[in-house]
Design a binder for this molecule. Structure first.
Ligand SMILES: N[C@@H](CCC(=O)N[C@@H](CS)C(=O)NCC(=O)O)C(=O)O
Length: 201
């Protein structure tokens, strides 16, 4: 398998899953500064011109969560969950984070890659959005060790890598102690260190 994308952003979760389930991939850098992600060759792999993307023989796949699922299944791993209910719950929280939290946290982090400050109304709306959803996650993590009960699953990886955008934007999570405790625990895993290099989410 060839995995296109850096060890950060949405791509980080694919490297993390690969490290958890033991998938060996050739990792391919895509140089945004040269516009490689919008070049003809890469658009053949992902017409969206976005990383991550995966190539396995003649199979091409985009969307980081789909790539994670493919790696888990092809590795024969139960990282997706041990039964239908766990797998469904892992998906529930993954989609919840991608659809609700990610838009706000990525907006707050976006000056890092746009090099443009956020308009104050945009920043206020993103903060209000994050403040609406983070308490839900904090309450959930007060009732169980991981996103899905006592088992670490891809749901933890998908949600933790959304929360990484809070760190990028220096968004203060200290008023959500269950989130910070859980995040410290999951990012302490050897696979996270292997996937991310030195940086903590
Ligand atoms: N929903 C996609 C998002 C992918 C995405 O936004 N990738 C960013 C880097 S983190 C990218 O390639 N941006 C370049 C662009 O959109 O032109 C996923 O999870 O894979």
């Amino acid at each position: 398998m060839k995995l296109y994308g850096p060890r950060m952003g949405s791509s980080l979760r694919t490297h993390w899953v690969a490290a958890e389930v033991g998938t060996t991939c050739e990792t391919v850098a895509v140089d945004f500064s040269k516009g490689e992600h919008k070049g003809e060759a890469f658009l053949q792999i992902n017409p969206m011109g976005q990383v991550p993307a995966l190539v396995d023989g003649d199979f091409k796949l985009a969307e980081s969560m789909a790539i994670c699922s493919y790696m888990i299944e092809t590795a024969g791993s139960d990282l997706g969950g041990k039964n239908a209910q766990q797998r469904a719950k892992a998906w529930q929280w993954s989609l919840w984070a991608a659809l609700n939290l990610y838009p706000h946290l990525s907006t707050l982090a976006s000056p890092l890659w746009t090099q443009q400050p956020l308009a104050s109304d945009v920043e206020a709306a993103a903060k209000a959005g994050a403040t609406k959803y983070l308490p839900v996650l904090n309450t959930h993590l007060g009732t169980q060790r991981y996103m899905v009960g006592d088992n670490f699953t891809v749901g933890d990886i998908n949600v933790a890598t959304v929360l990484a955008y809070a760190a990028f934007s220096k968004y203060d999570l200290s008023s959500y102690p269950n989130i910070t405790t859980w995040l410290a625990g999951v990012t302490d895993r050897p696979a996270y260190a292997k996937a991310s290099g030195a940086a903590k989410a």
